[in-house]
Design a binder for this molecule. Structure first.
Ligand SMILES: O=P(O)(O)OC[C@H]1O[C@H](O)[C@H](O)[C@@H](O)[C@@H]1O
Length: 312
């Protein structure tokens, strides 16, 4: 998918390089020296010439993360199979969020006073740290408020997003800190697109949850309760599950059972657009870790949520 060949090579990022790069956000590519290496964390040119972090684990798995949107777009297990999905209509020109992988919804999930799913998926994140832990690459991205976000949401904040790639899993940790002198509130989600065969895909673990079904009217969700042990995607699906369990299992219909474990992501959302996206709806399902009700943060307070996606 991505173009990785470049006119010049990029170095591996060690913590020192990253700290230096981070002092001049936006100049990351330009400030690098020209050694070629292949360790666990490197920056390269992705689609649309956008900077992309590539994580490679000792176990042979690989993940791509675009700084635009702080979006993990690919998680390939050692066989080379990509567990995540990027829609064929995705654009990599910063005019729209990247439609696929694990986009951030922050500081608003869904429609509301600001643009759908907030601004974090439309902004450039920067790299603040990286390390290799037992052969596994770890990178931490940062997003802070700027004129673009202030125009929609007039608060000072800091978001840190740590991504850890292991042989059979990818984990993320999102920390939102109120760096303002007044309280703020937000909702958020990791809008994860999984590769799937939609007719064979199903999710276990949601039975008994209170639901807010956005079908047929996303603006007026219907309250209900999930009665099924195994939730499938027989048509259009857009449903919020409140107080979802911390472990769900997705059968992607392609031979994989993916465990979706989370801490502090209290809710989950299932989404498949069915015929609204005729070209691709058969090839993915979204199982999103979400925080639907507002999180309130006082100045200097932080909120931390973790997600762990694993294959057996
Ligand atoms: O098209 P997007 O803005 O990326 O949103 C895609 C979808 O995201 C979530 O799953 C919402 O629950 C849906 O209502 C929305 O349609």
């Amino acid at each position: 998918m991505a173009t990785v060949s470049m006119a010049f090579s990029l170095p591996a990022l060690n913590s020192r390089t990253l700290r230096r790069v981070n002092r001049k956000p936006g100049l990351a590519l330009a400030t690098m020296n020209k050694e070629a290496t292949a360790v666990g964390v490197r920056v390269t040119e992705g689609e649309g010439n956008l900077p992309k972090v590539v994580l490679t684990s000792a176990g042979g798995s690989e993940a791509d993360i675009y700084l635009f949107g702080g979006c993990v777009t690919s998680w390939k297990v050692s066989s080379g199979k990509d567990i995540l999905f990027v829609r064929p209509d995705a654009v990599f020109n910063k005019k729209k969020p990247i439609s696929g992988g694990i986009p951030h919804c922050f500081p608003q999930f869904g429609p509301g006073p600001m643009q759908q799913h907030g601004f974090a998926r439309n902004m450039d994140w920067s790299i603040v740290d990286s390390e290799i832990v037992e052969g596994n690459p770890v990178v931490t991205l940062e997003l802070k408020d700027g004129p673009y976000s202030r125009a929609m949401w007039d608060f000072s904040f800091r978001a840190l997003y740590k991504v850890i790639l292991n042989a059979k899993s990818i984990s993320t940790e999102l920390t939102i800190t109120n760096t303002d002198n007044k309280p703020f509130a937000f909702s958020t989600a990791l809008h994860t697109y999984f590769s799937a065969s939609v007719t064979g895909a199903s999710v276990k673990g949601l039975k008994g949850c209170k639901t807010l079904n956005k079908d047929p009217d996303p603006a007026n969700p219907v309250e209900g309760k999930e009665e099924r042990d195994v939730v499938t995607f027989p048509g259009f699906v857009d449903c919020v599950y409140l107080d979802a369990p911390s472990e769900l299992h997705l059968d992607n219909g392609l031979g994989d059972i993916i465990s979706i474990c989370s801490t502090n992501w209290s809710d989950a959302v299932l989404w498949n657009p069915h015929l609204q996206m005729e070209a691709c709806y058969k090839d993915f399902v979204c199982v999103e870790n979400a925080k639907i009700g507002n999180v309130q943060l006082e100045p200097e307070q932080s909120w931390i949520a973790k997600q762990h996606l694993g294959v057996s």
